[in-house]
Write a protein that binds this ligand. Sequence first.
Ligand SMILES: [Zn+2]
Ligand SMILES: [Zn+2]
Length: 251
Amino acid sequence: MMKLTVLGSGTGFPSAKRGGPGYLIETGRVSLLMDLGSGTLAKLHGLGVSLEQVGPILITHLHPDHVAELVSLLFALKNILFARREPLCFMGCRGLAALLQKLQAAHGEWIRPTEFPVEVDEMSAEMRQVGDLSIAAFPVEHTAGSVGFRVREASGAVLAYSGDTDFCPALIDLVRGADLAVLECSFPDEKKCAGHLTPREAAQVASRGGVRRLVLSHFYPECEGVDLIAQCRPFFTGEVILAHDLLELTL
Ligand SMILES: [Zn+2]
Ligand SMILES: [Zn+2]
């Protein structure tokens, strides 16, 4: 069984009810994170997930809303209350290693673990096996090097996460046959912004990819009060779920 918990359904825009992008996938063997937006660590703590256990940490791209808590995570792990010894692996977009190096150059020893190694695995279109999960990265259309992730459990259940992206053919492959697809939905149809999806586009991706359940997330304030599900409805007949912080779904 694979459980998804939405840690943050918002963006970089401050919101009292939506944290920055962050998703937890748990299988019993693995506690994997996707993106590390503002508020992610507090949410994890509230759920009782220790920073000693989490990993790998998958990063879709380097926009600040998706990497906001990299420094906070590494600094927190310096605290003696955490006795982490397992390597901490960051996986994902191109440029991740360089970003970590620059952050460590700025903060020095405060964010340089001594008790465990930090590993960085920049993926473009390869597959990795982590415990009972296989993880594939799919380049998407957002910033150079941006990827989405397709996570498959040993039982065959598939969860796809778009990260930030505009409509692109790779997105159809990313979500193909997924039991659950978490697609960004930054703005409503009438406020389309290049580099991001609208409800209509997310629904079309889900439909063309044969997705079973569609979760919309990554909502800018323009989405609040808009009937996003109604905008999806003509284009996707499956279940559409609007993400909120701490939403839990099992597959
Ligand atoms: Zn974003
Ligand atoms: Zn972005």
